[in-house]
Design a protein around this ligand. Structure first.
Ligand SMILES: *Cc1c(COP(=O)(O)O)cnc(C)c1O
Length: 413
């Protein structure tokens, strides 16, 4: 065993604790996931953070996008992740609750926090404006406008951003329907905001894990029509999140294709001089930076009973049917099996706790083996519940970069 593993840097903890990390938030690193498995032989789920990958993805996105990159905090609010993103150049944060606003303000006194939830608690508007320096607020109704004006006592320094509703598009997770003002309403709302706003913005979200760059071009066309109709001067155009990452059944075009589509769409718009661009990626920045090690507790044919599931870190593998890259870590010996298709059952007693996959693994996988499951940095750990008593996880930080290209076979050494 290498890497000086001590009880200090591997700790059993509640999922949202910061154990395994120093007081200043810096993770205590192990060289690799294999070393962590060998050290701990974990029987509860082990969440493995690769902070360097979050830093690298942030730097890549900031470099590629011609405007401000707002990290959508809800995707993964782990302090070590937020610090890693900041190290990669993220200084703007898209918050959707007062808890997220407070968290970002505590970690980054200088950061710009944008309150991007179209329906907010009155107290959240008040506190974020008065105590945390938030000036940017999203809205999609005149009712919300009235709340914002009320709770900021008619402040003169607001940036009000109208969330445009889009028709259902090609994203894996459709976000149309819940939020957004549609064309005519959006134009009218922009006009209603104008007297109350130092700056005016328009935003949209094409839906999460959207693999089609032209979705942004179409959204920008709709935005253009709304802006013309409103007859206002726009200060901020926010092209939202939704940028995709690879999964075993989805190989999206490279980031450049999305940047090119956005550039084309914007070029056709005749935006006023000085109008700035924002985007709000979540998944694209953090999916790669966390993986999960689960243990196989029983095997029945091609069904594996594992110790984490849809009420835990793997909720998107349930109803949404996400597939993730998997790598077998044998408890003993070497794997010589052929690669086959497997489905998972999670640890709770609920029969909905099933993950269809298929997940690719060598067919000599057996009880006691571990599986590293990748691309779980986004919408993973923070969707965990404590249902049925399966609450604890182990958190480690690791330095290996092997997560992207999983060979489905490995050994704990
Ligand atoms: C969730 C969310 C995001 C991030 O979406 P991703 O698909 O993770 O990039 C950005 N903006 C808003 C308003 C959101 O609700």
């Amino acid at each position: 065993m290498s890497g000086g593993v001590t009880p200090m840097n591997i700790a059993r903890c509640r999922p949202h604790d910061q154990a395994g990390f120093r007081r200043d938030g810096a993770p205590l690193s192990l060289p690799s996931v294999n070393a962590a498995v060998l050290a701990h032989r974990p029987e509860i789920p082990m969440v493995c953070l690769r902070p360097a990958m979050a830093t690298a993805e942030a730097a890549r996105f900031v470099e590629a996008f011609p405007g401000s990159v707002l990290y959508a905090v809800k995707c993964n609010p782990d302090e070590a992740v937020l610090r890693a993103l900041a190290a990669g150049g993220i200084s703007h944060f898209d918050a959707a609750s007062i808890t997220e606003v407070r968290l970002v303000r505590r970690l980054f006194p200088q950061a710009r926090i944008h309150f991007m939830h179209p329906v907010k608690a009155r107290s959240a508007i008040r506190e974020s404006y008065r105590e945390h320096g938030v000036r940017d607020f999203v809205l999609d109704s005149t009712d919300e406008l009235a709340k914002i004006v009320d709770e900021t006592a008619g402040a003169k320094d607001l940036c009000l951003i109208v969330r445009l509703g889009l028709a259902k598009g090609g994203a894996r997770l459709d976000l149309s329907g819940k939020f957004g003002a549609f064309a005519d309403d959006a134009a009218a709302l922009l006009r209603s905001c104008a007297p109350h706003a130092a700056k005016l913005g328009l935003s949209f979200h094409v839906g999460s894990q959207c693999c089609d760059p032209s979705a942004w071009e179409r959204a920008l066309q709709q935005a253009d029509a709304v802006i013309r109709d409103a007859g206002i001067r726009l200060d901020v155009l926010d092209v939202g999140g939704g940028f995709p990452v690879p999964y075993p059944d989805m190989q999206p075009p490279p980031l450049d294709a999305f940047m090119t589509a956005i550039a084309h769409g914007v070029a056709r718009m005749a935006l006023p001089e000085g109008c700035v661009l924002w985007c709000e990626p979540g998944r694209a920045l953090v999916a790669a930076c966390q993986s999960l090690v689960v243990q196989v507790q029983a095997r029945r044919g091609d069904l594996l009973y594992i110790n984490d599931g849809v009420y835990g870190t793997l909720s998107d593998a349930g109803v949404l049917g996400f597939r993730y890259p998997c790598r077998l870590i044998k408890a003993a010996g070497f794997s010589t099996g052929r690669i086959g298709d497997f489905s998972f059952y999670g640890p709770t007693c609920d029969s909905l706790d099933r993950m269809q996959g298929p997940f690719l693994l060598p067919d000599d996988v057996t009880e006691g083996d571990w599986i590293e499951i990748g691309q779980l940095g986004a919408y993973g750990t923070y969707l965990r519940t404590g249902f049925n008593g399966f609450e604890d996880v182990i958190r480690v930080a690791v330095e290996d970069f092997t997560i992207r290209r999983f060979a489905p076979r490995g050994k704990a050494a």
